[in-house]
Ligand binder design. Structure first.
Ligand code: ADP
Ligand code: MG
Ligand code: MG
Length: 925
């Protein structure tokens, strides 16, 4: 059979073929290399897993006719192969690369390593998700001692030729040959040499170096490589190319890339692609430039073209801050034609990708080239503004908007800003670029290590650097805010802050940061390590000392009701988004709240009732704790009853307040849960005070504390076990609730209490407690002559209860998953003690996420599904909710949607986040 026919037959009956094949069929030729150029591309934008984000978009941009220099992409599968096979390549790769390279050579009429017409290439990494600055890129590949002379001659621009060569040596030396900063060195070795040569030439800027200076630099770089590695820099272009390809694949596993992937949950298996592309040159003189731009402002979301560029520069110069870049608007004067083209590209890209784009461009001799585009990283503010604007511009639908805004972004909109009064009296010491909105105060740290240490001690930290680099990542994660003295809107600091939602001011030029002295000086002020400093990332301002914060605009409108909603654009965007989310979502969102204030806040954010009211929190206020302590210290039932009776009016009035605010929304109220010793004083001085106050002997208090001591309070005498030992407490709590219900109901406001018994493991435990509740309810109803509706249910937080949920559901009218305790008991892991090993577990990827922040779906989640199924056997319409901390975590909320819960409950400020996550879950189907 001819080859082509064979192929066709195989295509037609793949299933059959698979079914009968005993040994694997002759492997189909795998395509490892995808070409793009001259308006045609083998790949497209949807192929990110295979071609990486950068690669896929290079193919897509080529297809839509943008000026992209031709090149090819080596797939991520090669990276996987590389790591699975001791850093060897698939045997087919070499030929495929050779043929794609030939295509480039034909397209641009130049040849790699050619004497007459040498081709220069860039070799660029590119993972599926962009990992800015984490992996390596090599430019001007193909340069050598001969080629540089040819390029100098052909371009008539020796400065350009030697500048390109020295850049290539620098990148190749660093990335491929490993010439990097050594332990104890403050600067990159190549940078040190540049500084020395600049110094000797008496110039400030790299552009002022003469061709001869650059020749010196080239010689010194070659020497440096030889000194540090013992090897000579390879002159052969093909050897250079394979060295670069290997180094880019190798950079997938460099330290900072690994840290980054862990932080953003990018799987290590994905691998990176390698893009090999024809060079275009922004360093050819004053008619050339390189730049980066965002189609909208990534910090605020405003619809303005935003970015910066440098004349006569290449590659990362803009980002690295070697010179101060110009704002992109200025290009209109300096290179009008290229600027006009760029504006066209801006609108084309947004229309095509229907999202804000972050693009990289180079102008070579007034010709514009686009080298990269991706959906731009943005702050929470910008995410909301861009999405709502794009809905108004009919670029995307409301559902798109809901899907694309990370639910957590909404917490940025609610975060505090600086208080106007305090700002006025604060000492302003500098201004810079507003790179990450919000307000942050904290202690000054000048390096990542200090920032991490201070944060570990529970301090808020502001990390101040002259400029940041990927090595600072750990410190940036630990800090509340990031401050740099140098760098623009596309600097590393700005980029990372945007992505992490950190408050950031960058390029505050007036600040003198001295790493050696550990000081930051500005004007007359000098701050030391550990001093307080405050930064306003919305205005780009820096203050000495601590500045008080005030509520965000959304909170001022909704909660404090001080701001006219019409005056706050942020609020209006928030409100639209919430109304779209409410339409889309299926899950209800309730709140965990214990006081009328908290409930009011949550309702203002759209909560549909209380999912968890912890009654013990009410016992800590004012004098109430004394009555509680009397109850605990009581030596007889009568004494205890007398003390409990004192608590009744307090609890009742709390519930009256809460029911009034709820206006008919349901309230899940949990009975006393924590072990009693938590209410007693533990130091001798405090015990003495209490003895005097309650007029009981000190020894009695000390003895009781001793008696209540438990080896493992989390698993001790707590939850319903208390109510079973002390039924009078249960009775009092039930009475307080029902009397409050009666009172509020009489005033014409509906009440819907849902009484929740904690820590139930056995059906009988619940039975005993429910009997008390029902008895008290009917007593109160009779005495007050009112009818009220209520439910009694339980918290599901013990694996036993989850497994016998069918039995428990005979009595329970609802279940609420207490996932904090359910996680502790399922994992046998104490939340409060897990800090000593959990971070290491995450590093080793034993657990992907902190199970106390995001539900462990495979374990705890499985148990939730089992109990749902068990409960449905007995009560098909039982109400199911979740009230653990997880109720405000987007991933967990989505899980709760998928397993069919009725509601999630979370703290008031997480309510909008949970609503958006619930909408996203519903839209995901
Ligand atoms: P990163 O992923 O770190 O952004 P890139 O592969 O985008 O790395 O390369 C960094 C920079 O190098 C680009 O922004 C661009 O300025 C420059 N560059 C990359 N490829 C080329 C090329 N073919 N021609 C000119 N400059 C290039
Ligand atoms: Mg890039
Ligand atoms: Mg619990």
């Amino acid at each position: 059979m001819p080859k082509t026919l064979k192929k066709k037959a195989a295509k037609k009956a793949p299933a059959q073929k698979r079914a009968v094949a005993k040994k694997p069929a002759t492997p189909k030729k795998i395509r490892y290399v995808y070409y793009f150029g001259d308006g045609k591309a083998d790949g497209n934008g949807s192929m990110k897993p295979l071609l990486g984000g950068k690669g896929a978009n290079l193919h897509e941009m080529t297809r839509i006719g943008l000026p992209v220099p031709p090149g090819f992409t080596i797939t991520t599968e090669v990276c996987t192969y590389f790591y699975d096979n001791k850093k060897q390549y698939p045997p087919e790769l070499e030929a495929q690369v050779a043929s794609a390279l030939a295509k480039i050579e034909k397209s641009v009429s130049k040849k790699l390593g050619d004497r007459a017409n040498p081709l220069l290439l860039s070799v660029r990494s590119g993972a599926r998700d962009s990992m800015p600055g984490m992996m390596d890129t090599i430019l001007n590949l193909g340069m050598n001692d001969e080629v540089v002379e040819i390029v100098a001659e052909k371009s008539g621009n020796p400065r350009f030729a030697w500048d390109s060569y020295r850049r290539f040596l620098q990148m190749y030396g660093d990335v491929v040959m490993g010439v990097q900063k050594r332990e104890g060195e403050d600067h990159e070795p190549f940078e040190t040499v540049i500084e020395e040569v600049k110094h000797a030439a008496h110039v400030q800027k790299d552009t002022e170096l003469s061709p001869d200076d650059l020749k010196t630099l080239v010689e010194r770089f070659k020497q440096l490589i030889k000194e540090r590695t013992g090897k000579t820099f390879p002159q052969d272009a093909r050897q250079q190319l394979w060295g670069a390809i290997g180094a880019v694949f190798g950079s997938w596993n460099n330290d900072r890339a690994i840290v980054y992937r862990r932080k953003y949950g990018i799987p290590h298996e994905w691998g990176t692609a390698v893009n090999v592309q024809t060079m275009v040159f922004g360093n050819r003189g004053d008619t050339s430039a390189t730049g980066v731009a965002f189609t909208r402002d990534p910090a605020t979301g405003e619809k303005v073209f935003y970015g910066e560029y440098l004349i006569n520069a290449q590659g990362e110069d803009v980002v690295a801050g070697v010179r101060t870049p110009h704002p992109v608007a200025q290009l209109a004067q300096e290179m009008p034609a290229a600027h006009k083209e760029l504006l066209k590209v801006r609108s084309l890209l947004e229309k095509h990708f229907r999202d804000m784009q972050d693009l990289e461009f180079t102008v070579e001799d007034n010709n514009l080239y686009i080298l990269q585009t991706r959906n731009g990283k943005r702050t929470g503010f910008a995410a909301v503004r861009i999405a709502t604007d794009m809905v108004a511009e009919k670029l995307i639908t409301k559902e798109d908007a809901l899907r694309r805004i990370p639910a957590d972004s909404l917490s940025h909109l609610l975060a505090p800003i600086f208080d106007r009064q305090s700002v006025r009296s604060a000492q302003k010491i500098g201004t810079g670029l507003a790179a990450g909105p919000g307000a942050a105060s904290g202690r000054l740290a000048f390096n990542a290590k200090d920032a991490v240490e201070l944060a570990h001690k529970g301090e808020r930290v502001i990390l101040a650097r002259i400029e940041t680099s990927p090595e600072d990542l750990r410190g940036m994660i630990a800090a509340e805010g990031i401050l740099t003295a140098r760098g623009g809107v596309s600097s590393h600091a700005a980029l990372v802050a945007r992505q992490m939602g950190k408050v950031c001011v960058c390029g505050a030029l007036a600040l003198k940061i001295d790493y050696a002295a550990q000081t930051l000086a500005a004007g007359s002020a000098t701050l030391k390590r550990g001093d307080y400093i405050s930064i306003d990332g919305t205005a780009g301002e820096v203050y000495a000392g601590e500045v008080k914060t005030a509520a965000s605009e959304v909170v001022q409108v909704l909660v404090e009701k001080k701001l006219d909603p019409k005056k706050s654009q942020t609020y209006q965007e928030f409100a639209s988004l919430m109304s779209w989310a409410d339409k889309a979502r299926k899950l209800d969102v309730r709140t965990n709240a214990d006081s009328p204030d908290q409930v009011a806040t949550a309702i203002a954010f759209g909560a549909k009732g209380i999912g968890l009211c912890r009654t013990e929190h009410m016992f800590f206020e004012g004098d109430r704790i004394d009555a509680m302590r009397e109850m605990i210290l009581a030596q007889s039932l009568d004494e205890r009853k007398a003390a409990v009776a004192k608590l009744l009016p307090y609890q009742r009035s709390d519930f009256v307040g809460i029911f009034r605010v709820l206006k008919g929304l349901p309230a899940t109220i949990r009975f006393l849960d924590p072990p009693l010793h938590e209410f007693l004083p533990h130091t001798e001085a405090q015990q003495k005070d209490l003895a005097a106050k309650l007029n009981v002997p000190l020894e009695h208090i000390a003895r009781r504390v001793e008696e209540l001591h438990e080896f493992n309070p989390m698993l001790g005498h707590r939850g319903c076990r208390l109510g079973i030992s002390f039924p009078e407490v249960t009775e009092m709590q039930a009475r307080a609730i029902f009397e409050a219900a009666a009172e509020v109901q009489k005033s014409g406001i509906k009440v819907k209490p849902e009484i929740m018994i904690p820590l139930v493991g056995f059906p009988k435990e619940l039975r005993l407690q429910i009997d008390i509740v029902h008895r008290v309810a009917s007593e109160v109803a009779k005495a007050k002559k009112v009818k009220f509706n209520y439910l009694v249910g339980t918290m599901l937080e013990i694996p036993r209860a989850a497994l016998v949920a069918d039995e428990i559901a005979k009595d329970a009218e609802f279940f609420s998953f207490g996932t904090n305790d359910l996680t502790q008991t399922t994992l046998g892991m104490s939340r409060d003690d897990s800090g000593s090993f959990l971070p290491h577990y995450q590093e080793l990827e034993i657990v992907k996420n902190n199970p106390f922040a995001t539900i462990d779906q495979a374990g705890v989640g499985k148990l939730m599904e089992i109990s749902r199924d068990q409960a449905h056997k007995t009560r098909p319409d039982i109400k199911l909710g979740i009230c653990g901390e997880h109720g405000g975590d987007p991933e967990s909320v989505k899980f709760c949607h998928r397993i069919g819960l009725d509601y999630v409950s979370c703290s008031p400020f997480r309510v909008p986040v949970a609503k958006l996550a619930a909408a996203q879950a519903a839209l995901a189907g």
